[in-house]
Design a protein around this ligand. Structure first.
Ligand code: C5P
Ligand code: ZN
Length: 457
């Protein structure tokens, strides 16, 4: 589906790569920029938190020969075409209905695939990069970045593994020797965290008696005979196969004893993705840790650092990203504390919290997703945060169970935002919007009604 755009791109001189400020957006841009570099083409990458009219103004001011939009653009096809920009749109968000046609529009939804589950922005970008490659296997190594992007968008969570077109991409990456996959414990920090910290910070599944309790995690490991460390703390990757098996069964036994549902405990094990060309014990070796490292850069206005890491900088940019990561972790912990203190308000079909100015608008969506550990999973959660201007940022997160019952947050948020003079969009399970601050109550009523109708409540 991408041969023609590939030919068009090869003939352009002044290329602008426009992408989104999250892990999927960074990996999307890195895939395309690497493919352009390998094809000997000049490009300039720029990043936006969302593609709106001011962003399009800025893009038009560059006067580019061609703009390649990655991980955004499908919701703004009409506006892109109205500006007569020569554009290739490579996205996986729900396309807005429009008769307008850019030079090319590559999006899984256009071929009946689910962009929330089966293909990420970076996966879609990978398909274009493959078409751009000089040889048949030229850009196959970039599949590893596509896996990082898909994992960053939590596309492996619904089934405990990547599915759909993502799976084909994973197989291409595996064949190219760039990525390996296998079943393992699905807690965050397998490469870099001491095992007791990995348990302490476990959120999905939340482990009663362990999550959030450092002393209990240390005591638990001692009790089952797992040595915590010698000269340095032992990480998951330092344990023997026997120790790993022992720890997993002990967690399951403890979980069952504490009344944790078997279905939740099943989420403890799933497929994990290892980037084979990266050094063991670093964030970059594991797709999930890599994606968090990237979020820690782009969501704080340092997208160029994340992009440099994706494109191979293991020196200055990588150290800077690691520094940003520790700050990001602290911000997430503080964000969750704030939600616990302020509480979550339940409406008929949704629940929400308002972080005001206390959580940055670019990470409030991550905090909203993490808040499910203390919220009711039977309704989606909305989070509000003040933006730099006068507007309110809204982030909404659902669960796969709710999606199966009919939830479509992209639909609910985009229609409700539009009705109060804002913009919104995204995926069925995760969506966002920006609305005028005085419209908050009206917006909540509209989303509550829309979600109620979707879920047949
Ligand atoms: O900003 P947040 O992380 O909550 O966004 C959730 C999803 O919705 C992301 O994939 C984002 O790109 C998308 N989104 C969108 N249009 C908006 C806001 C967010 O497509 N106006
Ligand atoms: Zn994405």
């Amino acid at each position: 589906m991408c041969r023609e755009p590939a030919q068009e791109i090869r003939q352009k001189k002044d290329l602008l790569v426009v992408s989104h400020i999250d892990a999927d957006g960074l990996t999307s841009a890195a895939i395309i920029c690497t493919a352009l570099e390998r094809a000997g083409l000049n490009y300039r990458p720029i990043f936006f938190r969302q593609l709106d009219e001011p962003a399009l103004d800025e893009i038009s001011d560059y006067n580019p020969d061609l703009v390649i939009f990655t991980d955004l653009g499908s919701g703004m096809i009409q506006q892109i075409c109205d500006r007569a920009l020569a554009a290739v749109v490579v996205d996986h968000h729900k396309p807005a209905s429009s008769q307008a046609r850019p030079m090319a529009h590559i999006n899984p939804h256009l071929v009946g695939a689910d962009g929330a589950l089966h293909l990420s922005g970076s996966g879609t970008s990978f398909l274009l990069a493959r078409a751009l490659a000089a040889t048949s296997e030229g850009n196959d190594d970039l599949a590893a970045l596509a896996v990082v992007g898909a994992v960053g968008d939590l596309q492996d969570m619904a089934h405990g593994q990547l599915t759909g077109i993502n799976r084909h991409i994973l197989e291409i990456g595996s064949k190219a020797g760039a990525v390996s996959f296998g079943r393992d414990i699905k807690l965050f920090g397998r490469q870099t965290r001491p095992v007791y910290k990995m348990l302490e910070y476990s959120q999905d599944p939340y482990l009663p008696g362990l999550s959030g309790n450092e002393d209990a995690c240390i005591a638990f490991l001692r009790e089952i005979g797992i040595r915590l460390g010698g000269e340095r703390w032992r990480r998951w990757i330092d344990l023997s196969q026997d120790e790993k098996a022992n720890l997993v069964s002990a967690i399951i036994r403890k979980g069952l004893r504490s009344g944790l549902a078997a279905a939740k405990l099943e989420r403890l094990i799933g497929e994990v993705y290892v980037l084979l060309s990266e050094q063991e014990g670093t964030e970059l070796r594991d797709a999930s840790e890599y994606s968090t490292l990237l979020n820690a850069t782009a969501r704080y206005g340092h997208a160029q650092i994340g992009l440099s890491v994706c494109m191979g900088d293991r020196d200055r940019a990588f150290s800077e990203a690691q520094r940003l990561l520790s700050q990001h972790r602290q911000n997430l912990v503080n964000g969750l504390k704030l939600v616990a203190e302020r509480g979550i308000t339940c409406l008929q079909s949704i629940q929400y919290f308002d972080a005001g100015e206390s959580i940055q608008d670019t990470i409030v969506g991550i905090v909203a997703g993490m808040s499910f550990q203390m919220a009711d999973r039977s309704r989606p959660i909305l989070a509000f945060a003040r933006t730099e201007g006068e507007d309110l940022k809204v982030s909404a997160r659902g669960t796969q169970d709710l999606v199966r019952s009919g939830l479509d947050l992209a639909e609910a948020l985009s229609a409700s935002a539009r009705a109060v003079g804002g913009v919104g969009g995204g995926h069925n399970v995760a969506a966002g919007a920006t609305i005028p601050a005085p419209a908050q109550q009206k917006f909540l009523e509209l989303v509550d009604g829309a979600v109620g109708r979707q879920l047949g409540l």
